[in-house]
Design a protein around this ligand. Structure first.
Ligand code: TA6
Length: 281
C-alpha cells in the first residue's frame, strides 16, 4: 500500500477486502479497492449521498450492490459474448491504488486496472462535490471498442417523494416497457420499475422532497443517462437487495452504451467523467 495522508485510513476488518476510510474537513467517504468502488460520500453538513444495500456481497469477484459500481469496458451485456460478466470487469476486480493526495479542498485518489491490452485509470476527487474521471488506454496493436458507465445508487428518503428533472425532450429507450402515456418524463416520478436510457448530454437533477435536497449529476463524454429503479418485483428477485430496497434509491448513470462505444486505436486513450453536486431545496 502506498503511503497515505493522515486523512485516509485502511479498514482491514476484512483483510481480504480493504476499504479506504476518508475523513476530511469537506466530507467523509469510503472506497473499496475492489472495483475502485465508492461506497459512501457524506459532504459536510449533509446526509449520506449513496445507497448501499445491507445485503450486498463484499467479496472478491462479486459486484457490490450500491455506491458507484464502475461499469467498464462495457455497459450491461457484452455486445457479442453473453458469457462475459454483465457491466464488464471493473467492478469485480481489485484495483491498484496508485496515488492519494490531500488538499485543503479535497482528497484525490488515483487507481488503475489492466485487463488484456486495455488499461483503466480512475481519478476520484472527494470534497464538497464528487468527481470521477475514467480514462481508458489501448496498449494493444488492434483497435478496441470501449464503453461503460458510472452506475450511481443515490440514496433517497422515500422514492415516492422524489422526481428527476433534466430529461425533457431527450430521446429514450425503455428497457422494460413501463413508460406509458400516464408517466410524464419531465419531471420523472417513480411508481413502477423504470429502466430507461435517455440520450442526452444535459445534467440531471434528483429532487428529494423528503431529504430536502437536490443532487445534480453532471457528466462529460457520456452520451446517455440511464435511470433505474427496480421497483417491487425486481427487488424481490435480487438476492443482494432487501425486498423494499427500491424505496431507498434511484440510479442515475452517465453511460456509453454498446452502440455508442469509442473505437480506440492502438496507443489511443479517452476519458469520460461525472461530477456530483448537492444543494438544498
Ligand atoms: O441500471 C441499468 C441496469 O442495466 C438494469 O437493467 C439493472 O440490471 C441494473 O443495471 C443492475 O445491474 P446488476 O448487474 O448490478 O444487477
Amino acid at each position: 500500500m502506498i503511503p497515505l495522508p493522515s486523512s485516509i485510513r485502511v479498514d482491514t476488518s476484512d483483510p481480504a477486502f480493504p476499504i479506504l476510510e476518508i475523513t476530511h474537513p469537506t466530507c467523509c467517504a469510503r472506497l473499496a479497492l475492489h472495483g475502485a468502488h465508492v461506497l459512501s460520500w457524506i459532504p459536510r453538513d449533509q446526509d449520506e449521498v449513496f445507497y448501499l444495500s445491507p445485503e450486498t456481497h463484499m467479496k472478491a469477484g462479486k459486484a457490490i450492490r450500491g455506491g458507484i459500481p464502475l461499469c467498464w469496458p462495457w455497459f450491461s451485456a457484452h455486445p457479442t459474448d453473453t458469457s462475459l460478466p454483465s457491466h464488464g470487469f471493473a467492478r469485480i476486480h481489485f484495483w491498484n491504488l496508485d496515488s492519494a493526495v490531500d488538499t485543503p479542498e479535497k482528497i484525490i485518489l488515483g487507481l488503475s486496472l489492466t485487463i488484456d491490452d486495455l488499461s483503466a485509470k480512475v481519478e476520484i476527487s472527494f470534497g464538497d462535490s464528487l468527481h470521477i474521471s475514467l480514462e481508458t488506454r489501448n496498449h494493444g496493436d488492434k483497435s478496441r471498442h470501449v464503453g461503460g458507465a458510472m452506475h450511481s445508487y443515490f440514496s433517497v428518503g422515500d422514492v415516492s417523494q422524489v422526481h428527476v428533472t433534466g430529461l425533457a425532450g431527450a430521446p429514450y429507450t425503455d428497457c422494460v416497457n413501463t413508460i406509458t402515456a400516464d408517466l410524464p418524463l419531465d419531471p420523472l416520478h417513480f411508481d413502477r420499475e423504470i429502466d430507461a436510457n435517455f440520450h442526452t448530454t444535459c445534467p440531471t437533477q434528483l429532487v428529494d422532497h423528503d431529504k430536502k435536497r437536490i443532487i445534480q449529476v453532471e457528466k462529460s463524454a457520456a452520451p446517455t443517462t440511464v435511470i433505474w429503479n427496480p421497483w417491487i418485483a425486481k427487488s424481490q428477485r435480487l438476492s443482494d437487495l432487501p425486498d423494499d430496497g427500491y424505496k431507498q434509491f434511484v440510479c442515475i448513470e452517465p453511460a456509453i452504451l454498446n452502440h455508442e462505444r469509442h473505437e480506440l486505436l492502438p496507443g489511443a486513450s479517452f476519458s469520460f467523467s461525472t461530477t456530483i453536486h448537492l444543494r438544498a431545496r
